[in-house]
Design a protein around this ligand. Structure first.
Ligand SMILES: NC(=O)c1ccc[n+]([C@@H]2O[C@H](COP(=O)([O-])OP(=O)(O)OC[C@H]3O[C@@H](n4cnc5c(N)ncnc54)[C@H](O)[C@@H]3O)[C@@H](O)[C@H]2O)c1
Ligand SMILES: N[C@@H](CCC=O)C(=O)O
Length: 515
């Protein structure tokens, strides 16, 4: 019998044994840096001339690896492989499909620190952030396998005498998985295996900055016994391969995680019917955020400051859940702001392979340029309290940056920056703070720091975000504990890691037999 689900514990790197385990993982990763990886289509490994080269964001000279790059012809071949594999995979027993996930979780758990070290090298994740990403990938595997066992026989419906009614969930077909670079293992793996365990076959197009960890994950799924053609690996350009697959008549659903703009493009394109298409495509889209921590006047102000700093600067603010706005009631505004600045100035930054560094880089040159340009905008719109500088000579380092006294209407308070920048604005009172917090087109995460029970209730009703936290930061949802997904332009609120998630990859079928 399967044990009850519990999330994978985080590693305590203060323990010497754990520290050494991570360093051993790092050595393993260093032994395979710079290697080539193939496309995987119908189980066949395919090399192309053209490659996507993955670089270490903390050391631009270091090549993490090169993956073959799919074009439209290869995307078509992968689509046909997935269509063919669906004919058999959809009939494989749910228990057998779940077993593949359980085994993959065990493999990743055994190689946990190697995967984390690879995330450090390829995505610039400091140790704790990398460890959390790997743990979340294991959680998705463990949780979705169990969820599949829960729904494998459908749900009971009523039957009358001499009648037997059933209500079952069946798979959809071929899915396109398009994943982002900021959780290059957890989100890539989670979205892929949710589709697979429910009986679908997929084409996985990972983000171009982090394809190596995805290639390693595909190897794990093969080792875990996944049949050929169920998971096809097609790294490639979003515009070329992405559009082609989104438009394809055989695409039954798309599971996208990424920015608002790309998500909306996919939303629009996927709603158009291609010639020969016989269904309406389903879209799961998890997109950006402009996430706020609200601080009430009756609150633990130290907790407020530490929560803002951790949520704003963990992984250099490159989380869709990151706190990029602090809305503080005027009575305690200066106190919270000054303490945040003090704590920010204590943060360590540098190469993420060094355990002592709390922060490292942003992902690439274009992210660096974008964040630096927002910092320039911030200098016009508010008061720079600390940070504001970058250095892209070796890697893409940007100092953790705090802006004060921004208008709620400032661009810095409305647009997703996706970097280590947090803006402060003052609210007259708690009601006004919630109004400001809602003053964005996004609705992903938010947190409220307050000791006032009435205000907790008020925020529960009125703060319009998919994941709302009280007296803690706004990042770090745990699979199976805080299902994750947002409102409005943050996406379709699919709640990854939640009890309804798998159903989004299935369709319900009613059967009724007369005796
Ligand atoms: N809501 C969530 O759960 C969640 C989680 C992680 C990241 N995000 C968001 O993701 C963004 C950061 O990730 P990113 O920079 O990788 O996002 P992105 O939108 O640039 O890219 C995401 C994926 O889409 C692909 N893509 C690009 N153009 C495409 C096209 N025309 N057709 C199909 N695919 C295309 C990319 O290659 C990549 O694989 C942020 O906005 C962040 O908030 C959201
Ligand atoms: N699920 C993560 C964020 C994922 C997006 O980047 C969190 O809760 O912090």
């Amino acid at each position: 019998m399967v044990q009850a689900y519990r999330h994978e514990p985080f590693t305590d790197f203060k323990v010497e044994e754990n520290r050494q385990a991570y360093l051993t993982g790092l050595k393993t990763v260093e032994s395979y840096l710079g290697q080539d990886y193939d496309l995987v289509i119908g189980g066949e490994r395919i090399k192309t001339e053209e490659k996507i080269v993955s670089y270490n964001p903390a050391n631009k000279e270091e090549v993490i690896g090169r993956v073959s790059k799919a074009n439209q012809e290869l995307a078509e071949k992968a689509m046909q492989a997935a269509v063919e594999a669906f004919k058999t995979w959809r009939k494989v027993k749910p228990e057998t499909r779940a077993d593949v996930l359980f085994k993959a979780a065990a493999i990743i758990r055994r190689r946990k620190h190697e995967f984390s070290a690879l995330l450090t090298k390829e995505a610039g994740k400091p140790w704790n952030e990398a460890d959390a990403d790997t743990a979340e990938a294991i959680d998705f595997l463990e949780y979705y396998a169990r969820q599949m066992l829960r729904i494998k026989d459908g749900v009971p419906v009523n039957s009358r005498p001499n009648e037997f009614n059933r209500y079952d969930y069946i798979p959809l077909g071929v899915g396109i998985i398009i994943s982002p670079w900021n959780f290059p293992l957890a989100i890539m793996a989670g979205t892929t295996v949710a589709a697979i365990v429910t009986g679908n076959t997929v084409l996985l197009k990972p983000a171009s900055t982090t394809p190596i960890v995805a290639a390693k994950f595909v190897e794990v799924m093969e080792e875990a016994g996944l049949p050929a053609g169920v998971l096809n690996f097609v790294p490639g350009s979003g515009a070329e391969v992405g559009d082609y697959l989104v438009d394809h008549k055989d695409t039954r659903f798309i599971s996208f995680t990424g920015s608002r703009d790309v998500g909306l493009r996919i939303f629009e394109r996927s709603s158009k019917i291609s010639e020969g298409q016989i269904w309406m495509k389903r879209l799961i889209a998890e997109m950006g955020g402009k996430d706020t921590i609200v601080v009430d006047k009756e609150a633990d102000l130290e907790l407020a400051a530490t929560s803002i700093v951790a949520s704003a600067f963990g992984f250099s603010g490159q989380k869709c859940s990151a706190c990029s706005r602090a809305v503080v009631v005027e009575d305690v505004y200066d106190q919270v702001l000054n303490r945040v600045v003090e704590l920010t100035n204590q943060l360590t930054q540098g190469d993420p392979t060094d355990q002592n560094n709390y922060m490292a880089t942003v992902i690439d040159q274009s992210a660096y340029n974008k964040v630096m340009s927002y910092i320039e905008i911030g200098k016009q719109e508010g008061k720079l309290m600390t940070g504001g500088e970058g250095d892209d000579s070796k890697g893409y380092f940007i100092k953790p940056t705090v802006f004060a006294d921004l208008s709620p209407e400032a661009r810095l308070m409305k647009e997703e920056i996706f970097g280590p920048v947090v803006g402060f604005t003052k609210a007259k009172d708690f009601d006004n703070a919630i109004e400001i917090a809602n003053n964005t087109e996004y609705g992903l995460t938010g947190a409220v720091i307050t000791n006032n029970r009435e205000n907790i209730q008020k925020a529960r009703e009125d703060f319009h975000v998919g994941n709302l936290y009280f007296n803690r930061g706004c990042t770090g949802a745990i699979v199976g504990y805080q299902p994750f997904g947002g409102f409005n332009m943050s996406g379709t609120d699919s709640k990854a890691g939640g009890p309804d998630y798998l159903l989004l990859h299935m369709q319900a079928k009613t059967t009724s037999e007369m005796y």
